[in-house]
Design a protein around this ligand. Sequence first.
Ligand SMILES: Cc1ncc(COP(=O)(O)O)c(C=O)c1O
Length: 505
Amino acid sequence: MVKRAGGALLQSITIDRTSSRAIGAQLSSALRDLILGGALKAGERLPATRTLANDLGIARATVIDTFEQLTSEGLLQSRTGAGTFVSQALSMERPIGPVGDARVTTVKQVHVARLMSAATSRFVHRLPHLPRAFTTAMPAFDAFPMAQWARIAAKHWRSPRYGVLGYGEVQGYRPLRQAIAAHLRANRGIACDWQQIFVVAGAQQAFQMVASTLIDPGDRIWFENPGAMGARNSFILYGAELVPVPVDGDGLVVARGLELAPAFRAAFVTPSHQQPLGSKMSLERRFALLQAATAASAWIVEDDWDGEFCFVGRPLPTLKGIDSTGRVIYVGTFSKSLFPSLRLGFLLAPPALVPMFETALEAFSPGVPTSLQAIVSDFIDEGLFATHIRRMRKLYAEKYQILFDAGRQQLSDWLDIQPTSTGLHTIGLLRGGLVGAEVSAAAAARGLTVAPISRFCITPVDVEGLVLGFSGVSPRQITSGVAALAEVLAECAARGAPVRRRARA
Ligand SMILES: Cc1ncc(COP(=O)(O)O)c(C=O)c1O
């Protein structure tokens, strides 16, 4: 005789009428749990839909729908005239227990997980990008020309459907590649063809592409110390051995790099605005770096992440702009010039690398959304991009001045705010033995984001300081942030300054 699932089953099903979850969804998940958890066995007959509906006080149509759904999932079988049964497939040997993911408690650590959890891990996570003083690398969202963006987006979605909805070209939307090449020629002094441009999901994907295609495990990479965290993570991921090369007011100290690792596979630099110290790489250093890379047959990755925002004088030429070696891979991002949720950046490859990047993208990357690329492309072509950059340069110069003036007035007992002429942040050097990490933690408790320079370091450097973003928040937030930071610094100083470690660069 077929066993019938009766009272016990019904008692274990409860319907919560106050829940926002539909009654049908509650019933099907309760039945699914009973079946997969083994409480209802293969072949057991379920109550008639009318009975179950009456007993639970719900509509019969809901029960019928639920039975149909579980039948289509293969958990129930209905036999005409006989009723609805738990499927025979449930008699197969299988793990039985609570339904859900909780049973997996240990994860075998393979390559990446081992790298991330190793005691020596150098992966770093970023501080939260909250709209508060002094979050770094955040554009002024309130000044973004949203209406013009929306107009172009609407126009794009009305264009022919094949272009809008189909798979795009993996190297990037051609009009955008052409627009970027034209922009680089006109504004960054770089002679290039659009075929050398690859549109990627932010600078971060460009770094991964470079590291995955050009770096063998164990290859030595000159890396600015302190330096950019995202790029650093990409190189570590692909097994590079990072060589921390110090940075001074002229940028990467090439002579020290040559002492540390004359044979290097690549150098990563931020010459227009060193991340985080803010120096601009001098022309002499640029030539020295090109010379060293040529001698070592090495690549140079130039990350021009916020070089557009030079608000005093003319920007120095890019490294790519003076590259006669074909060794510079130039990376740009729209995260600062437009907004970071776009996840759009680009890589300008030297001609020798174009075929390899084309193949790598064909093989491993499905490309980035055409719709966003098309909007950015029109935004550039209509001149809105250039106008926006010009406006932001002015706005960021004003915000910087507010930070600089307030900081010099109120913080100078503890923090020496450094002048800058470019970008979205500046740094302050701590005085009196104050330690950046400690100040940063105390500031976080007061609702301020100040990254210590030490977060950017591969090996400790002989500088203690804070990175202070000014672009993304209002002048009022900057001034109140400075006042709050003054209190934080005074408290840290009063607590007694820990002795700072000294480090050999
Ligand atoms: C040094 C550096 N490069 C590039 C980027 C941009 O990265 P993405 O384009 O992936 O947003 C950032 C973001 O803050 C950065 O700090």
